[in-house]
Design a protein around this ligand. Structure first.
Ligand code: SAH
Length: 214
């Protein structure tokens, strides 16, 4: 398949999976149309890149369904000047989407192998405002805090305390919370030292493993 065919598949994906399910943020839709999702997958799954489900990326981890990426991104209400922290780099695809929308992305992955691969890939594709770190993301990344937005792309029993601490004023944080088998997307917004909380849709993510996860 050539690039024009992949572009066509991306346009169809955005129309039929993402706009059709109510995502309206034009900047998010544009990023989903631009980022070459097929470049973030193992060679044997490239043909499935634009299908409506998660896919394996090695180390028993997954790249989320395109709609889930779009929804979580929209819920972050990102502005071009924002600095964003992502927990769970995985393939680097969500990081690339964020990279299109904000000034600076810091992303943390506990599997060194995935982190290294994602870092190389993001660099080769020209997503140059993303910093990849290996570590336990449940502790956040103090050095660049506070963040305008934080996204956790693995499931946690509760929102890690360190992440709440590193969220700036009016900052938005999105995290799947629940038990190991099923979760709900939870969004909090910081107002002073209080947090407004909203629940979004049901979801299933791989577990967040760490000091403040499982
Ligand atoms: N955002 C990714 C999806 C990753 S799946 C993408 O677009 O491809 C979730 C990832 O979270 C996995 O790679 C897993 O290894 C990682 N993870 C789990 N617990 C973590 C932790 N405590 N710190 C950092 N990464 C973690």
């Amino acid at each position: 398949m050539d690039e024009a065919q992949f572009q066509k598949q991306r346009d169809v994906m955005v129309r039929s999976q993402i706009e059709a399910r109510g995502i309206q943020d034009e900047r998010v839709l544009a990023a989903m149309r631009t980022v070459p999702r097929h470049c973030f997958l193992p060679a044997d799954l490239v043909e499935e890149a634009y299908e409506d489900h998660p896919l394996g990326i090695g180390c028993r981890q997954t790249i989320s369904q395109p709609f889930m990426v779009a929804l979580m991104t929209q819920l972050l209400e990102l502005r071009p000047e924002d600095r964003v922290l992502e927990i769970g780099t995985g393939s680097g695809y969500q990081s690339a989407i964020l990279s299109e929308l904000v000034n600076e992305v810091i992303t943390i992955e506990r599997h060194a192998e995935l982190a290294l691969q994602a870092q190389q890939r993001l660099h080769d594709l020209g997503f140059l405002n993303v910093q990849v770190h290996v570590g336990d993301g449940t502790l956040g990344w103090e050095d660049a805090a506070p963040y305008d937005a934080i996204i956790v792309t693995a499931a946690s029993p509760a929102i890690p305390k360190a992440l709440k601490k590193q969220l700036g004023q009016q900052g938005r944080l999105i995290c799947p919370t629940g038990d190991r088998k099923a979760q709900q997307l939870t969004r909090i917004i910081r107002c002073g030292n209080a947090f407004e909380q909203h629940q979004s849709i049901n979801c299933v993510f791989v577990p967040l493993i760490g000091e403040e996860g499982w």
